[in-house]
Design a protein around this ligand. Structure first.
Ligand code: C2O
Ligand code: CU
Ligand code: CU
Length: 502
């Protein structure tokens, strides 16, 4: 115990000194790479306006990332013309990326690259948050597999409201070989960022999270626009779907009852496509789908929708299902929602669904050092906590020290809350991708829609469920985070550090 405490205070002293330097310089730079970047981007977070409700007369106040490409291939950064989302990054494995972040918000912020394997100093830990006018320079080399990642703010206690105001964007890693893999690209690759929002009568955003379930809206937004319609051609598409919501879980399905063809998860393509009746997608998770539009009689529209579901806890009872309003004004998790519509216009190209992609090199069981590290998600002192304690900026518990390059199993256990009240927690671990090894105790109704066979960085843990994941932090030592990705749970302290020691 004593060694932990002294290590902790030494660490804290070092960080305080580093923070002092920040104010002097007004620009923080992640230590490490001084080599010239292949891609250099200026990213600014600022107040902006967007039309959120087409029926409202006025544009609403949002917060928005805007970007400028300073160096690199022209497709490295694509602005989003409609809606409020930030620009889409598109980079290749091995590229050195430098991002010059500037905070023009009226409060502190910092950017996190969700799912990326980057040095601790470039991971957007809340201790690096910069005030209005402050800058932070990120330097990292893209080490991830091709896949659909994303970026969003990560300041202590304010991640939920900042993402809700509009701060989020996609970060796509692509190696240029997707054509050879038989995957649709270009205009036939559609990113779909699923979010929900609550609007007032003037079409302005209302942030009023529920104490138990986080912020839940009353309508779906896709790519920063309310339940939009996408014009597509009859043919095959690749859909990169991100749940960028604060608190909403989607049971993603096609409105015409066709099964979903799943080709990828958080960390890229599966070893082979898998067909599911629906996919459960919790905040922070991604799924890649293969879609063949125009399968129905020509001209027919199809919706991507979230089907009704029950979470199983006593508090989520039947009477409220399928359209119930919450106290705060949002629709309860499990309420049916239409997400976006695809309307077929003209002919595209129908391709055969590839039979297989690259094999996934998961870590074998005999490589695991010791028994599983058991970490509980629970209710403590009227707030959600992880590993029994709320977040504290640089605190690392005795069982939160991890050795660089060592394979471990972590077991996340959702022990529920007061009076057996069950709340699902999407658990996210920073520092890269891992595999889900096993689950027990969860709801069997969800099982067909849970995709555990690919690389993951976020996974849903249902009430009374235990999920075992196999992790290995091989490249970067330092302080990283694991937390619930219901952003209001994260903000109330359902987040902890772990220290990777070389
Ligand atoms: Cu997407 Cu620590 O977050
Ligand atoms: Cu993350
Ligand atoms: Cu949670």
């Amino acid at each position: 115990m004593n060694t932990t405490i002294s290590r902790r205070s030494v660490l804290r002293a070092g960080l305080v000194a580093a923070a002092g330097a920040t104010f002097a310089a007004r620009e923080r730079r992640a230590a490490g790479s001084s080599a010239a970047p292949d891609v250099e981007i200026e990213l600014t977070a600022a107040e902006a306006e967007a039309i959120l409700d087409p029926a409202a007369r006025r544009a609403a106040a949002v917060w928005r990332y805007t970007g400028r490409l300073l160096k690199g291939p022209s497709d490295s950064l694509t602005p989003q013309r409609e809606g409020y989302l930030g620009p889409t990054f598109r980079v290749r494995p091995g590229q050195r990326v430098r991002v010059r972040f500037e905070n023009r918000l009226p409060e502190a912020s910092i950017v996190h690259w969700h799912g990326l394997d980057v040095p601790a100093e470039s991971d957007g830990h809340p201790r690096y948050a910069v005030e209005r006018g402050g800058r932070f320079v990120y330097d990292f080399t893209v080490a991830n597999r091709p896949g659909t990642y994303w970026y969003h703010p990560h300041p202590d206690g304010r991640t939920g409201p900042q993402v809700y105001q509009g701060l989020a964007g996609l970060f796509i890693v692509s190696d240029g070989d997707d054509e050879a893999r038989g995957l649709p690209g270009g205009a036939f690759e559609l990113p779909l960022v699923l979010q929900d929002r609550l609007l007032d009568g003037d079409g302005a955003l209302v942030y009023s999270p529920d104490a138990m379930f986080g912020m839940l809206g009353d309508r779906a937004f896709v790519n920063g626009r309310p339940a939009p319609t996408f014009e597509v051609r009859a043919g095959s598409y690749r859909l990169r779907v991100l749940n960028g919501s604060n608190g909403r879980i989607y049971k993603v399905a096609w409105s015409d009852g066709a099964p979903l063809k799943v080709i990828g998860t958080d960390g890229g393509l599966l070893a082979a496509p898998t067909t599911r009746p629906f996919v459960m997608l919790a905040p922070g998770e991604r799924v890649e789908l293969w879609a063949d539009f125009g399968r129905a009689p020509a001209g027919d529209d199809v919706w991507l929708e979230s089907r009704p579901f029950a979470l199983g806890g006593a508090s989520m009872g039947g009477g409220m299902m399928g359209g119930g309003m919450m106290g705060a004004g949002g629709l309860q998790n499990g309420t049916a929602l239409r997400l976006c519509r695809f309307t077929v216009r003209g002919k595209g190209q129908t391709r055969p669904l590839p039979r297989a992609f690259e094999a996934l090199r998961f870590r074998p069981a005999d490589e695991v050092a010791g028994g599983p590290r058991v970490l509980q998600a629970s209710m403590g002192m009227m707030r959600w906590v992880l590993n029994g304690r709320p977040f504290s900026m640089t605190e690392v518990g005795p069982n939160e020290h991890v050795r660089l390059g060592v394979t471990e199993d972590w077991e996340l256990v959702n022990v529920g809350g007061m009076m057996g009240m069950g709340v699902p927690h999407p658990i996210h671990i920073h520092g890269g991708q891992f595999q889900v090894v096993s689950r027990s105790g969860g709801a069997s109704a969800f099982a067909p829609g849970v995709i555990d066979g690919g690389w993951k960085d976020t996974f849903l843990v249902l009430p009374n469920e235990r999920v075992r994941v196999r992790v290995r932090f091989a490249t970067h030592a330092g302080l990283f985070l694991y937390h619930c990705h219901i952003l209001e749970h994260e903000d109330m302290g359902m987040m902890r550090n772990f220290l990777v020691e070389g």
